[in-house]
Design a protein around this ligand. Structure first.
Ligand code: ADP
Ligand code: ASP
Ligand code: MG
Length: 415
């Protein structure tokens, strides 16, 4: 007998017909003698609709004053509602199939989070009651994405957060497996929706998955991978639409042979900002980035160029697209930073090649840059880490760049 967590994403519970199929899958695991806790997302499209309603009800959104906190609390209270519906519907469907089941909301499981509404972090989970229910043979259907703050208010874990709910529950309940059911058959070498030649990976390391997720592959929420890595949760990503084995996320030593590049990710939610003619003296970069940090703006890629005479520099960096206007305003209004011009560009995409094999192989950057050059794609910014290389290019080239790199690194499926 195993204890397993099964998580179903939005498309897997999109309507009552799909919920019935999910319930049959859950029943199969129960019939095999397993203890099963299920984590569900909202029906596909529901969370987007809820977010729109909040935006329409409160067109100015969170303003940088104390009222913003009140806004965010109500935002969470509204957007968490989608998961409540699916947890109840799945529990009902299971009951009607003769399976003992009940729904659990975040606060009922005591999914304690901090008070950072709309992207709260899990602090503690009290699983005593659910543990007892599982031992008594009840299927526990938990609403993903939601928790409760110290203050007793509903919180949510950021978009895609049901993955994190599932992994956290798996860790807290010491589950043997955490199966993440979605609308593709596993983790692929790149998004299979834009590269039909993408291949499903049998295994991927936690580290690579963490990079893939944080660099744009939304198949798993980044935080869920970090949590799985820290708590050694065995995560499998698989389809709720087929009966094929998915992708296991594993430790590096479980992978016999590493490819140099395992995957390619893209993220088009960043924007570029350049300031030119900045005085080239110690402390200038510190001033710029301290101000942005104070404004709670996350800076990602950075390059700095020195003028020929060494007196001036240009600084280019990327920020989340949503924060671009705020970043621009901060710099324009800063009294102790002077620059000649400020340019912004939202039409950019960050494309990354990822692989733990890069640690021991030279030439990945050369191959990447040549492939892009051969297609006439100009690189605007570069950043690297031990196991990834990212470049910023014009977003019009997204598909061409991802497809060409996929071929260049030998990742295309063989027909
Ligand atoms: P769910 O609703 O089940 O949580 P998501 O839409 O959040 O599903 O994530 C699944 C989607 O992730 C897929 O439909 C696919 O388009 C996208 N995706 C992006 N990169 C990858 C990748 N490397 N492998 C698999 N899917 C990917
Ligand atoms: N329903 C939430 C969202 O759409 C959480 C999730 O699906 O993981 O972001
Ligand atoms: Mg998701």
């Amino acid at each position: 007998m195993s204890r397993i967590i099964m998580k179903f994403g939005g498309t897997s519970v999109a309507d009552l017909k799909r919920i019935k199929i999910v319930a049959e899958r859950v029943k199969n695991e129960v019939d095999l003698g397993n203890e099963v806790a299920v984590v569900v997302s909202a029906m596909a499209g529901t969370t987007d609709q809820l977010v729109k309603w909040v935006e329409n009800a409160s067109p100015n959104g969170a303003s940088p004053n104390s009222a913003s906190k009140d806004h965010d609390k109500e935002y969470d209270s509204v957007v968490a509602a989608g998961e409540q519906i699916t947890s109840g519907l799945l529990a009902l469907t299971l009951q009607n199939m003769g399976v003992e089941a009940r729904s659990w909301l975040g606060w009922q499981v005591c999914f304690k989070t901090d008070g950072l509404h709309s992207s709260a972090r899990i602090e503690n989970i009290d699983t005593a009651k659910m543990d007892a229910a599982l031992k008594a043979g009840t299927v526990c259907v938990m609403a993903g994405f939601q928790g409760v703050s110290e203050e007793g208010r509903i919180t949510t874990l950021g978009r895609g957060g049901s993955d994190t709910s599932a992994v956290a529950l798996a860790a807290a309940l010491e589950a043997d497996r955490c199966d993440i059911y979605t609308d593709v058959e596993g983790v692929y070498t790149t998004d299979p929706r834009i590269v039909p030649a993408a291949q499903k990976l049998e295994k991927i390391t936690y580290e690579e998955m963490l990079e893939m997720a944080s660099l744009g592959a939304k198949v798993l929420q980044t935080r869920s991978v970090a949590m799985a890595m820290n708590h050694k949760v065995r995560v499998q990503v698989l389809s709720s639409f087929t009966n094929k084995p998915g992708t296991m996320v594993v430790d590096e030593d479980e992978i016999v042979e590493n490819k140099v590049v395992s995957g390619i990710a893209y993220a088009n939610n960043e924007a570029r900002l350049t300031i030119t003619g900045v005085e080239n003296t110690p402390g200038v970069a510190s001033n710029v980035f301290s101000l942005l940090a104070e404004g709670n703006i996350n800076v990602d890629m950075i390059i700095q160029n020195r003028s020929l005479d060494g007196k001036e520099t240009d600084i280019t960096f990327t920020v989340p697209e949503l924060d671009l206007d705020k970043a621009q305003k901060i710099l324009e209004e800063a009294e102790h930073i002077s620059f000649r011009d400020l340019f912004t560009n939202k039409n950019v995409v960050k494309i990354s090649v990822i692989g733990v094999g890069m640690r021991s192989h030279a030439g990945v950057a050369a191959n990447m840059f040549k492939t892009l050059a051969d297609k006439g794609i100009n690189i605007q910014v570069i950043s690297t880490s031990e196991i990834k290389i990212s470049v910023l290019v014009d977003s019009a080239y997204t598909e061409l760049a991802v497809r060409s790199l996929h071929t260049a690194f030998g990742l295309d499926a063989v027909e």
